[in-house]
Design a protein around this ligand. Structure first.
Ligand code: GAP
Length: 471
């Protein structure tokens, strides 16, 4: 980092700036905006969808394609409701809810207790409810609260034309359960042997009481999950291995290591299925909060589905003929929180700007130092003049490079402003075509981070970028 460069120090400011940049440059828009929006729903715009797809593709490559012991799955969003009875979600996927008696606003009791300075770690529902009474907890507006009740977070709907209890189904609150339900089918068809894993990327839905903090907590979000099936005696080894894999993933995508915390979750705070959990927490501008989770689920899920479905979900070891229910290590990654963490890690302001031209740029300049692998646009093509002499070959070059990489063509305003626009969205390379290019058949390639400029022959560009951008 150079002297002038700084990452944002005022956290509140940073969130505002990020949300504004995301809207202004087409990363993330408020959902249903023309109808006044829908609370806490967000849409990924032209750049956001590229960033998101790059993250998902990279994750799939690392954890499925490049490993011989992983296979994929893309299951239905809505499953037989018996799945959620067996998984424990119908009975226990609850958050403690309280209501402001005057305004009828609803809150999560654990959040209100924390805001009041209470430590809720290890407190179950009854203990939290008692604590609220003991300290005479009030709503944020200072009003009386109702007694706490358990609120189930699964989002319900009805399948088919009849809206009755029999047709009630749930949108999945996690992608994981389909992996357990499809365990035997996946095992038989892929002919994998223990240890092996199944990965899935997809939407999940939770009727969160208090969504918020931009894309951090929403009711509709995306997960990338792995259930890794192991011999019961070997779970510890694989738990450690997956912790390392998660760390390596976060390095791959440029999440700031100094903002990460690995928190061992106490038994009383773990989900009902978990025998060990490490939460990966990140320093967001609004506090240290969960980014990912790594859980040892034992045989909780397979056993429960086996009992409820009466199907044999055991694994037979082809060498020893031993039959057993595999145990499970689950690394779980939220896509939206990944995006938030990489944006926060990449956001850099440079006071006084970086003088890329003679033009003086006074105000702070933003550079999004996204890892090249996930940057939405890989190369921007910027002819120095709008004249056909330059714009025609520049557009031809853009069309050629587009076959391999996401390209943005931009000919409007000064070259300094165009560089700044690309820096702000994290484009790693800019190509300028000038009048000399017509003579020497070379262009100038500028590196976002070093700002070094190189003259490269047009015919060599593909090889040049293959080396820089392909992974
Ligand atoms: N299958 C395990 C499971 O679902 P979780 O900790 O409840 O565990 C996993 O969720 C990840 O999903 C979290 O670490 C987070 O990244 C993401 N996530 C959970 N709830 C979310 C929400 N309401 N909005 C955005 N992401 C969420």
């Amino acid at each position: 980092m150079t002297e002038k460069e700084k990452t944002q120090s005022d956290p509140k400011d940073l969130m505002e700036k990020l949300v504004s940049l995301c809207k202004r440059r087409g990363f993330v828009f408020p959902g249903s905006e023309i109808y006044g929006g829908l609370a806490n729903s967000w849409d990924y715009g032209p750049l956001g969808v590229e960033l998101k797809n790059n993250i998902k593709k990279l994750w799939w490559k690392k954890f499925v394609q490049e490993r011989g012991d992983m296979v994929g799955l893309d299951a239905a969003l809505v499953m037989n409701p018996k799945v959620w009875e067996a998984s424990g979600h119908v009975a226990t996927f609850n958050d403690p809810l309280v209501e402001d008696k005057k305004t009828h606003e609803r809150f999560r009791l654990d959040h209100l207790l924390e805001a009041a300075g209470e430590n809720v770690s290890g407190l179950g529902f009854e203990a939290m409810a008692a604590k609220a009474k003991e300290i005479n907890l009030k709503s944020p507006k200072g009003n009386e609260l109702t007694d706490a009740k358990q609120f189930n977070m699964m989002l319900e709907t009805y399948l088919g034309p009849v809206k009755d209890e029999e047709n009630k189904v749930y949108f999945r609150p996690e992608t994981a359960q389909a992996i357990f339900v499809d365990f035997q089918n996946s095992l038989e068809t892929s002919r994998q042997r223990i240890p092996f894993g199944i990965a899935q990327i997809g939407k999940a839905f939770r009727n969160e009481i208090t969504p918020g903090n931009f894309i951090f907590r929403t009711r509709e979000f995306e997960q990338m999950e792995i259930e890794y099936f192991v011999k019961p005696t070997e779970w510890e080894k694989y738990f450690e291995e997956w912790l390392e894999n998660m760390k390596s993933w976060m390095r791959d995508i440029g999440i700031s290591e100094d903002k990460l915390h690995f928190v061992e979750i106490a038994e009383a705070d773990r989900a009902h299925y978990s025998k060990r959990t490490i939460d990966v927490e990140f320093d967001y501008p609004f506090g240290q909060k969960e980014l990912y989770g790594l859980a040892y689920r034992g045989d909780f899920d397979l056993k429960s589905h086996q009992d409820k479905s009466r199907q044999d979900l055991e694994y037979r070891d082809p060498e020893t003929n031993e039959k057993y229910l595999p145990h499970v290590i689950e690394p779980s990654f939220g896509v939206d929180r990944t995006i938030l963490a990489v944006l926060i890690s990449a956001y850099t302001e440079i006071e006084g700007g970086r003088s890329t031209t003679t033009e003086a740029i006074k105000e702070a300049e933003v550079v999004l130092r996204l890892d090249k692998k996930i940057a939405p646009i890989k190369i921007a093509i910027l002819p120095l003049s709008k004249k056909e002499e330059l714009s025609v070959p520049a557009k031809q070059l853009a069309d050629k490079l587009r076959k391999r990489w996401m390209i943005m063509y931009d000919e409007s305003q000064s070259i300094g402003k165009r560089y700044r626009r690309q820096d702000e969205i994290g484009t790693p390379y800019c190509i300028t075509i000038d009048f000399d290019s017509l003579e020497d058949k070379k262009v100038t390639v500028r590196d976002r981070d070093t700002m070094l400029q190189e003259r490269i022959a047009i015919d060599d560009l593909e090889n040049y970028f293959k080396e820089k951008l392909d992974y």
